[in-house]
Design a protein around this ligand. Structure first.
Ligand code: GLY
Length: 587
């Protein structure tokens, strides 16, 4: 990922011309984002869009357009989310999926209620707590990341169907919302943008499963490139089975038999019963407030909402707005707050069906005050001082987020994933379904280091029917009961800090959401004891942070906070410019 130098100027207050870069996919009625600050040279794919009646901001333009079309045809935000989610399983195979899982946070304006749909993958019934250990009793990362043992029971199909049934407008049947995805899979579409950029690396993940690699290859065996057509006939047939039979078309019968045959052949442990028994769960979102705004986010088994709220609770006691955005003093407070909340993530959080977490305490104002008091404004607190040897469980690196609002003020914030880009790399023969390696989000052994030098913990050990702890943080911010910000991101453990920085930049620094999304981000997750930064921070700021005792390292992995913010006249869509293809579509 690259941040051109101009972004540095953008981040630190230089005068920047106002521009709108409307790509060919911007709907005709979309208006200019005239109040948005943009660096025009940052990315040719930035398409900020303002809209009155509804908006979809997603990582892939065809799927965003499909969601926007559903809104235009009278669908609500949930209808659009379901159509977009299924379309991205076709057009954005590195993270859009049928074979993975995710979380959807929904705000319904007429009832003033919010819901969280947990469609996270689960451990198969045959999983044991030492499944990811090698013969020497030590964690064997290849088992959870690169083998069929890492495949969790997929939740996406059941989760999207449940969202539609409970919270859709009633104007669209599941099959109506699947129709565009079926056409795209059957007829194919032109490879471009992020798909073209990531398939060469994806081919390395497919290498273990030749039939998977073939799907994304030209007849001569080389990887598909910009301008080639990706046709997924088996995936079209799978989507048709879901359209005809509902989730049973995926979790039972022909498709299920093929999924299990492929997993068996790859020495996995999932059974037909695991598929048949999969259940998404409607949960109460976690809620908190920050400077007069209500924050609604994902509860366990995601750590996202809890860590976000805990961090915001700590920060609320500081007058952040009086410090300059991006200044050493402001960033130091963000880092120190993150560090403390991530340490609690490591120590306490896991699937709530298996481990009790002291949520009341973690989210209390008193506890935040105590953590705040432990922050030295001049000096980084060491990880050791914060706690003993527990640390955040390891995280995957790829996921995708989309945000949707409709004309009635309903909002959907959805993050879903296969974990790694292209998951485990196995497309189950005859189904077109690319399978996840989500179980790598479990901790392989208590106290053991993983590939990143991180230490895991008891609450997140593998277990049958258990959901691995996640960081996905689909979030909706309300003011006076109305959505003002809808956001989320991919990026494993960095998801939470990305969402945090968007929220703080918009609320504390009153920065336009499009600009806030583009600003360089940093990340601290307690252990390892380092602050990872994107390019774009000025040298004097990095030097100032070092002087306070922070170990700064570059190469912060990719996040992509596709965000929507309310404007006086409607909505502003802020696709994240970090990768090619993110789009805002609406009217
Ligand atoms: N697989 C990334 C996450 O759920 O946090």
């Amino acid at each position: 990922m690259n941040h051109p130098n101009k972004l540095r100027a953008l981040a630190h207050g230089a005068t920047v011309a106002l521009f709108l870069l409307c790509g060919p996919h911007t709907p005709a009625r979309a208006q200019d984002a005239r109040t948005s600050l943009y660096n025009p040279s940052y990315s040719s794919t930035i398409t900020p869009v303002t809209a009155k009646d509804g908006l979809v901001v997603a990582q892939e333009k065809i799927a965003a357009g499909i969601g926007a079309d559903i809104l235009a045809r009278g669908g609500n935000a949930v209808d659009a989310a379901v159509a977009t989610g299924f379309a991205m399983a076709v057009t954005y195979p590195r993270a859009g999926n049928l074979g993975g899982g995710g979380f959807m946070v929904i705000h319904l304006s007429d009832h003033q209620q919010a819901f969280a749909i947990d469609y996270r993958e689960t451990g198969p019934a045959a999983i044991t707590r030492d499944v990811f250990l090698g013969a020497d009793g030590r964690p064997d990362i290849a088992k959870s990341r690169d083998s069929a043992l890492g495949i969790g029971v997929p939740g996406t199909v059941a989760g999207l169907a449940l969202a539609l049934e409970r919270y859709g407008s009633g104007r669209f049947a599941l099959k109506d919302l699947l129709a565009p995805a079926i056409t795209l899979a059957r007829d194919g579409f032109v490879v471009t943008d992020d798909l073209a950029d990531t398939l060469p690396d994806g081919m390395k993940r497919f290498a273990r499963w030749p039939s998977s690699a073939k799907l994304f290859a030209r007849p001569d065996g080389t990887v598909l490139r910009d301008g080639d057509r990706l046709v997924q006939a088996d995936l079209a047939t799978t989507l048709e089975a879901i359209a005809e039979q509902g989730p049973a078309g995926f979790y039972q019968g022909t498709v299920a038999n093929k999924l299990i045959a492929a997993i068996d052949k790859a020495n996995g442990i999932m059974s037909l019963d695991d598929l048949k028994n999969y259940q998404p769960i409607v949960r109460k979102p976690v809620r908190g407030s920050y400077r007069g705004y209500d924050i609604i986010s994902m509860p366990l088994p995601s750590s996202g909402g809890i860590v976000l709220l805990e961090t915001l609770n700590i920060l609320e006691g500081f007058k952040l707005g009086e410090l300059k955005q991006g200044s050493v003093d402001s960033l130091h407070l963000l880092i120190e707050a993150m560090k403390r909340a991530y340490a609690d993530r490591a120590r306490y959080l896991g699937d709530p069906a298996f481990a009790d977490a002291p949520l009341k305490r973690l989210l209390s104002r008193d506890y935040a005050a105590r953590l705040r008091a432990s922050i030295n404004p001049d000096k980084a607190t060491s990880a050791k001082e914060i706690a003993t040897l527990q640390a955040a469980p390891r995280e995957g690196t790829n996921t995708t987020h989309f945000s949707i609002v409709d004309k009635d003020g309903n909002a959907v914030s959805n993050t879903y994933t296969l974990n790694f880009p292209y998951g485990v790399g196995l497309v189950a023969d005859g189904t077109g379904v690319l399978l996840n390696n989500e179980l790598d989000d479990f901790t392989a052994a208590p106290g053991a280091s993983n590939a990143y030098g991180l230490v895991g913990f008891e609450a997140n050990l593998p277990g049958p029917g258990k959901r691995p702890l996640s960081s996905m943080s689909p979030t909706i911010v309300l003011k006076d009961g109305k959505p003002v910000l809808v956001t989320g991101s991919p990026g494993g453990s960095r998801i939470i800090s990305a969402v945090l920085q968007v929220v703080v930049d918009v609320i504390d620094y009153k920065i336009n959401a499009a600009q806030a999304v583009a600003l360089p981000r940093l990340h601290q997750q307690w252990l390892p004891e380092e602050v990872r930064v994107e390019q774009g921070f000025p040298d004097d700021v990095l030097a100032g942070l070092k002087a306070k005792g922070h170990a700064i390292t570059g190469g912060l992995g990719q996040t992509s906070a596709n965000t929507i913010a309310a404007t006086p006249d409607g909505w502003l869509g802020a696709p994240d410019p970090r990768t090619r293809g993110a789009t805002a579509a609406g009217k």
